[in-house]
Design a protein around this ligand. Structure first.
Ligand code: CP
Ligand code: NVA
Length: 305
């Protein structure tokens, strides 16, 4: 059987996501009731981090422990990856010693080369181009709060970054629409969006992008790996803050999401992120539950109980 990887959101199909969402509900309920769920007993996850993380590391590591397995943390600083061992060789070796691998790295090409040389499933824990696990958690969080996301409108205010590209892929899979507003010179790179993706509209004004939205979401102005652009971005992104004025343009019951970490006063006001429409803590917690379902699915396939 071909190995299934999750390198970008479009790697799985709607029926697989529908299974994962139902499975996540079960896994979350069991977690809340302290019921054991040891479906990955004796299995090992290797996690490779070439960039910093709090949520991704914690959710994958805790998730594997909760499923009876083990998680091993490697980073560039103290593994041979940092001394130039080819990614293809690292993939060959790591995938002979474990059952599934998660990587957070820079270019998408790195994770693709890694996966091409891996005997086990590889999961994207964030690259410059994609953050599919986060958007899976976000879609699950929306469904949990509001029901089906089909036909709904998501407003994206800010940088055309990894989160946005994963949202655009999710829109195509789940059949919803994304209103996108980015500052000039920070627009979408068309080479990172499928040619047949008609599930988004571009807006010059971030407030107009929020009009009628069921969910308003944003992310940092400067992603990891782009730190040297920080000063220029601080100027260019002024105005692309999700504040109360923009939330008022959205549906009265619109949700606010942010993958975190957040900068209050830059991409989001404290009033919004700490306000009643914000579901950022549920969103962060749901990383744990959706990724447990994902790990189980990639390693074992669909399960009944
Ligand atoms: N949202 C997210 O991926 O957080 P971390 O960078 O802390 O893993
Ligand atoms: N876009 C951000 C997400 C961090 C979780 C980054 O890549 O740094």
């Amino acid at each position: 059987m071909a190995i299934k990887h999750f390198l970008q959101f479009s790697d799985l199909k709607l029926d697989e996501f529908e299974y994962l969402i139902e499975r996540t509900r079960t896994i979350k309920r069991k977690f809340k009731n302290y019921e054991p769920h040891p479906t990955l007993a004796d299995r090992t996850l290797v996690m490779v981090f070439e960039k910093n993380s709090t949520r991704t590391r914690l959710s994958f590591e805790a998730g594997m422990h909760q499923m009876g397995g083990a998680a091993i943390y490697l980073n560039t600083r103290d593994s041979q990856l940092g001394r130039g061992e080819p990614v293809e060789d690292a993939a060959q070796v790591m995938s002979r010693m474990c059952d599934v691998i998660m990587i957070r790295t820079f270019g998408q090409d790195i994770i693709e080369r890694f996966a091409a040389n891996s005997r086990v499933p590889v999961i994207n824990g964030l690259t410059n181009e994609h953050h599919p696990c986060q958007v899976l958690a976000d879609v699950f969080t929306f469904i949990e709060h509001r029901g089906s996301i089909k036909g709904k409108t998501v407003a994206w205010v800010g940088d055309a970054n990894n989160m946005l590209y994963s949202w655009l892929q999710a829109a195509q899979v789940f059949d919803f629409h994304v209103n996108v507003s980015t500052p000039k010179r920070y627009e979408i790179d068309p080479s990172l969006v499928a040619e047949d993706n008609t599930h988004y509209t571009l807006f010059d004004s971030p407030s107009d992008a929020c009009q009628g939205a069921h969910l308003v979401t944003t992310d940092v102005w400067t992603s990891m790996g782009f730190e040297e652009e920080n000063a220029a971005r601080l100027k260019a992104f002024r105005g692309w803050i999700v504040d109360s004025e923009k939330m008022q343009r959205a549906q009265p019951d619109a949700l606010f999401m942010h993958c975190l970490p957040a900068h209050r006063g830059e991409e989001v006001s404290a009033e919004v992120i700490d306000g009643p429409q914000s579901v950022v803590w549920d969103e962060a917690e749901n990383r744990l539950h959706v990724q447990k379902a994902l790990l189980e699915y990639l390693v074992l396939g669909k399960l009944d109980a």
